[in-house]
Ligand binder design. Structure first.
Ligand code: ADP
Ligand code: MG
Length: 325
């Protein structure tokens, strides 16, 4: 079982940032309004995620860290409203690190904690806890030293963690995110309304006021695929594509098709080595897209890639043309 979980961990948990992504998604699935992330040593020494979500009842803590136990599976695999659904993240993390899960629900249960170290699960113990869940991951990959060797510098891992939080934070403006710890990168993104105005303010927090104040609004719809968001005027271009944020049905994705469409839209107005800044949300029937090609890679596969590409290129070009750009 531990070995199976370690193999799964190889898929799901590539690096500290993957742990942060999984834990933050769990907190969001639990309805958290406030998510605090603390790290040390680029996340290799410590990752702590504190949320104020629904919490986990004491008797369910052993299930939460068991393989393929998820409270989120719906009958229709395409109809995935929550971010998680495989029940793989916590057991995977527990198989390669020291994991502790402390939680308390609103229903008056006392707080309880469970610890998993290198796949060995301890008993549920009472613990003082606020409502919500605290997950602590220490010594990531200590149980799989070969994996540890593949880690980049602490600085690079810390940067990847910051990127994960910025990406998810743009899709959840009403949630407050903080990132702190021994790593230099810190973030404090106060909650803003979950509407268009809120999105602009969250974009200001994440990407800077100058971008938010000058970005072109993008909006288009074709054959049931809806595109909304913002894209930079050409003078706000950057030297890399790190500042492109794409979401499919609210889930952060990294996708070559979307990146290629953005490049195509700007090809007449940006030099080849320049990249637009963009925050794009695609909403479509979940049956028309597979967002789970790979558990950790955030790839997507559209049923009709040409439609999606055309929609993005067309909408951005139109916004540029309307500004005479
Ligand atoms: P999944 O998210 O795919 O269900 P995980 O291994 O990430 O699988 O989590 C297992 C289960 O533990 C979840 O289904 C959920 O019931 C519970 N859980 C994990 N993290 C939290 C959290 N922060 N708040 C409430 N419940 C949680
Ligand atoms: Mg999960």
């Amino acid at each position: 079982e531990t070995v199976i979980n370690q193999i799964a961990a190889g898929e799901v948990i590539e690096r500290p940032a993957s742990v942060v992504k999984e834990l933050v998604e769990n907190a969001l699935d639990a309805g958290a309004r406030r998510i605090e992330v603390a790290t040390a040593g680029g996340g290799l020494n410590l990752i702590r995620v504190v949320d104020d979500g629904t919490g986990i009842p004491p008797q369910e803590l052993p299930l939460a860290v068991s393989r393929h136990c998820t409270s989120k599976l719906s009958d229709d695999i395409h109809d995935i409203r929550s971010l998680g659904f495989r029940g793989e993240a916590l057991p995977s993390i527990g198989s390669v690190a020291r994991l502790s899960l402390s939680s308390r629900t609103a229903e008056g249960d006392a707080g309880a904690q469970i610890v998993v170290e290198a796949g060995r699960t301890g008993p549920v113990k009472p613990v003082a806890a606020n409502r919500g869940t605290t997950v602590e991951v220490r010594d990531l990959f200590f149980a799989t030293p070969a994996r540890l060797k593949f880690m980049k510098s602490e600085r690079a891992e810390a940067a990847a963690i910051t990127d994960v939080i910025r990406r998810v934070a743009l899709a959840f403006p009403a949630v407050r995110f903080t990132l702190s710890g021994t790593d230099r990168s810190t973030l404090d993104l106060p909650a803003v309304p979950a509407d268009g105005e809120g999105l602009l303010r969250r974009m200001g927090q994440v990407l800077g006021r100058e971008f938010a104040d000058n970005a072109l609004a993008i909006e288009a719809e074709r054959e049931g695929v809806r595109l909304t968001g913002y894209a930079s005027i050409p003078s706000f271009s950057r030297g890399n594509a790190l500042h492109q944020f794409a979401y499919v049905n609210g889930r952060p994705v990294r996708d070559k098709l979307i990146a290629g469409a953005i490049r195509g839209a700007y090809q007449d107005v940006l030099a080849r080595d320049r990249h637009a800044v963009a925050v794009l949300f695609l909403a479509l029937d979940p049956a028309l897209v597979d967002v789970n090609v790979h558990p950790a890679k955030a790839d997507v596969r559209f049923r009709d890639p040409g439609l999606v590409r055309g929609l993005i290129v067309g909408a951005i070009r139109q916004a540029l043309e309307e500004q005479g750009l």
